[in-house]
Design a protein around this ligand. Structure first.
Ligand SMILES: *Cc1c(COP(=O)(O)O)cnc(C)c1O
Length: 394
């Protein structure tokens, strides 16, 4: 009888671990060894040549790190995966290993801040042209892809106003243009969205956020076809931004509850967004699960859940109002990260878009009073009560 493929919640708990359970241990060990010894020189040679599986040196591979990569690979239903020390390290490795001078990237204006710096500052330095399109202008993005490019780089939903791009539509156009289609799936996670199934070639994650889920470890991972992953891995092993085994262990442990956390965060974010939408002190609410959201149709088509991230503006659209509101929240860290078990709030003015002037932010569609809200796993009634009392005082 053929074995059935387990469902995502089961994969979160079991996938990727078996190979490394030692001496009957039920948990993956943290292997801190820098190198691995061989009794047989010929075996060493075979591993070094890639003819046999095994570990030689910690900058290249590590058992704990490999178990983490395997768990994400299994959840993204990918052929292969490799990791790096942070989300930015894996995004950099992906772009720098696949691009060469004269190449062209087509992407959108609303990518993660660090990715945007790669596009505007570092890729041009090596002679790569980057065209950043209006994030939801699908016709413009298609036209730019049609002019020829080597990479189409997408993110959905985006930071901080949760814009949604049609991954299947743009991936089809990208593939037709013989480009490699890369999607940053950090906000959605494989529980809510599977870019590879929608036609992308590579899916990247900042594991620092929802995958790890506890804001205690940095990491990045990319999944896709083996030939592409081998190219990225080769760059990363030389570049040296290797995921630390202790971080891999923390991420692996965090991922055991990924499905549970995401289901809760999907439900809670929907409740929070609906509550905020009817509150007198709140202006526009940005959440792909709301029927009022401009990307709701596309999100409903390509996501199984709308995620834990939302943002909203205050009616009093001033930074002063933000200054009064945020410290009044009892159950929310005011911090720069997202995707943790604790609720986290932050204004883009101090986090993702700190280097912009108020005018520049306004031009990007980011109001001064915008607040990014990363819904945690607290009791939802406590989160609503907390927002209610804090809004009552703005
Ligand atoms: C945080 C983040 C990154 C960068 O990840 P780090 O782990 O901080 O390097 C990339 N993309 C998105 C969408 C993010 O939220």
């Amino acid at each position: 009888m053929e074995e059935k493929t387990p469902r995502p919640g089961t994969k979160c708990v079991w996938s990727g671990e078996e190979e490394y359970l030692m001496q009957g241990a039920t948990q993956v060990p943290v292997v801190h060894s820098v190198s691995y010894g061989f009794d047989d020189v010929d075996e060493w040679l075979a591993v070094a040549k890639g003819e046999k599986e095994g570990h030689i040196y910690g900058r290249n591979t590590n058992p704990t790190v490999h178990a983490f990569e395997e768990k994400v690979r299994s959840l993204e239903n990918a052929e292969a995966a490799t990791s790096a020390s942070t989300g930015m390290a894996i995004i950099s490795a992906t772009l720098f290993s696949l691009l060469r001078p004269g190449d062209r990237v087509v992407s959108v204006k609303d990518t993660y801040g660090g990715t945007n710096v790669l596009f505007t500052e570092f890729l041009p330095k090596i002679g790569v042209t980057v065209t950043l399109c209006d994030t939801i202008d699908h016709d413009q993005i298609e036209a730019e892809i049609g002019k020829g490019c080597q990479i189409v780089y997408l993110e959905s939903p985006t930071n901080p106003t949760t814009k949604v791009v049609d991954i299947a539509r743009l991936a089809a156009v990208g593939r037709e243009a013989h480009a490699t289609v890369v999607v940053d799936n950090t906000f959605a996670t494989p529980i809510n969205q599977q870019p590879l199934a929608l036609g992308a070639d590579l899916v990247v994650h900042s594991a620092t956020k929802f995958l790890g889920g506890h804001a205690d470890a940095l990491g990045g991972v990319v999944c896709g076809e083996k030939s592409l992953i081998d190219t990225i891995y080769h760059y990363r092993e030389i570049n040296g931004a290797t995921l630390h085994p202790m971080a891999a262990y923390l991420l692996l442990r965090g991922m055991k509850t990924l499905e549970l956390r995401i289901q809760q965060q999907n439900r809670s974010a929907m409740r929070v967004a609906s509550f905020l939408e009817t509150h007198d002190a709140v202006g526009q609410v940005y959440y792909p699960g709301l029927a009022s959201h401009e990307g709701h149709q596309i999100a409903s088509k390509q996501m199984q859940g709308f995620g834990g991230m939302l943002s909203f503006m205050l009616k009093d659209n001033t930074f002063d109002a933000v200054r009064r509101f945020i410290p009044r929240l009892r159950f929310a860290h005011a911090a720069a990260n997202l995707g943790s078990v604790e609720t986290i709030v932050g204004p883009p003015a101090t986090t993702s878009h700190v280097e912009c002037t108020p005018e520049e932010r306004a031009a990007m569609g980011i109001p001064e009073s915008l607040i990014r809200y990363s819904t945690g796993i607290e009791d939802i009634d406590d989160l609503i009560d907390d927002l209610q009392q804090a809004l009552g005082k703005v």
